[in-house]
Design a protein. Sequence first.
Length: 125
Amino acid sequence: MTTPTQTIQIHPERKKRVRTALTAFSVAAWVTGVFLLALVVEMVMKYILQMDLPSWATFIPIAHGWVYIIFLLCTLNLGLKARWDPKRWFTTAIAGVVPLLSFFVENNRRKEVIETFQLDQPDTV
């Protein structure tokens, strides 16, 4: 057990791997969130407002699906490197299908990982 003044040293190579995974996860979370919002707007326009949408609008759900798969892979990558428990993986993965949730979850996971792996501190061995 560590005392409040004692910190665990994390190897710089592990920090680098976690930082890279965190960056990929953050980008994927934001892109997924933006595409999900676009998908919600498209669905509202199409089904609630009964608007005729241009043919390119069919790209939005397909793109969100592919981006979500990338988001899941980035979540898996970061989860393995950060050694998350299954509950944390699941709640992170589900954030890509609930509008706006990916932005909040990304922010929370970023803070947790930065603090846990001391990514805001210089590397020392």
